[in-house]
Design a protein around this ligand. Structure first.
Ligand code: ADE
Length: 250
């Protein structure tokens, strides 16, 4: 493989386990971001925190491609569940991405990205298949990863892996009214976060394969602001680390 694999999360808690798995990493600071160059299970990797939101995500993706010549990007993190069966502790792997706050109407149809003639961008099919397999493996053995107490605390019962449409926007969705509106406008959406679709647009521009996996930390409802930080601190990093390990082990 030509360039390194990029491993990206928005937040430190989400990337912590991955960084712990890289024994020889070297830090490089560029564009206000720290990039960790090293190896993970024999793969040449570069890990980075994208920061939160679409602009931070787009600049991070561009730096990874232009500066580090990454040949594929894997994004792991958390998201708010939208579709009825997408529960806290489930995993969503993106097949497609859409910016739910993109609206240049009436000049362009709502959600269409001007200049592209489309509202959705695709994840890389082969890398996404691998990520689904890695996620399934981790979910099968979740009690061993998290322990019974965490399983009970977060009421994690047989968590599932879902594949489909992931929404991104520059808003933490934390009211039941807003998540209901998103469900009504975009009924096939599985979950909502703040970076994936920006990565997808940049990766589309450069022809770089992208796959995104998100653990559901909250239901993007009135309780989201309570559920999200708890899940982030106690669980999210373990999911991300285990899924990335399973992916790179192959
Ligand atoms: N990431 C995790 N939960 C989220 C939410 N409810 N809205 C946006 N991004 C999120």
């Amino acid at each position: 493989m030509a360039g390194p694999t990029a491993l990206v999360s928005a937040l430190r808690e989400e990337l912590a386990t991955v960084l712990g798995l890289m024994p020889d990493e070297q830090q490089q600071v560029f564009g206000g971001r720290t990039f960790w160059r090293g190896h993970l299970h024999g793969h040449d990797v570069v890990a980075v925190l994208s920061g939160i939101g679409k602009v931070a995500a787009a600049t991070t993706a561009t730096a990874l491609i232009e500066r580090f010549g990454v040949q594929r990007i894997v994004f792991t993190g958390v998201a708010g569940g939208l579709a009825p069966g997408v529960r806290v502790g489930d995993v969503v792997v993106a097949r497609q991405f859409l910016q739910h706050d993109m609206d240049a109407s009436p000049i362009f149809p709502r959600h269409e990205v001007p200049g592209y003639g489309r509202s959705t961008f695709d994840a890389d099919a082969a890398l996404t298949d691998q990520l689904v397999r890695a996620s399934d493996m981790v979910l099968k053995d979740l009690p061993a990863l998290l322990g019974d107490e965490v399983m009970r605390t977060f009421d994690l019962q047989s968590p599932r892996c879902h594949l489909g449409l992931l929404l991104s926007g520059d808003r933490f969705v934390s009211t039941t009214a807003e998540s209901a509106a998103l469900r009504e406008d975009l009924p096939t959406a599985l979950a909502v976060e703040m970076e994936g679709a920006a990565f997808a647009q940049v990766c589309h521009d450069y022809g770089v394969p992208l796959a995104v996996v998100r653990t559901i930390s909250d239901r993007a409802d009135d309780a989201a602001h309570v559920d999200f930080p708890r899940f982030l601190h106690e669980v999210a990093s373990r999911y991300s680390g285990a899924i990335v390990e399973a992916l790179l082990r192959g």
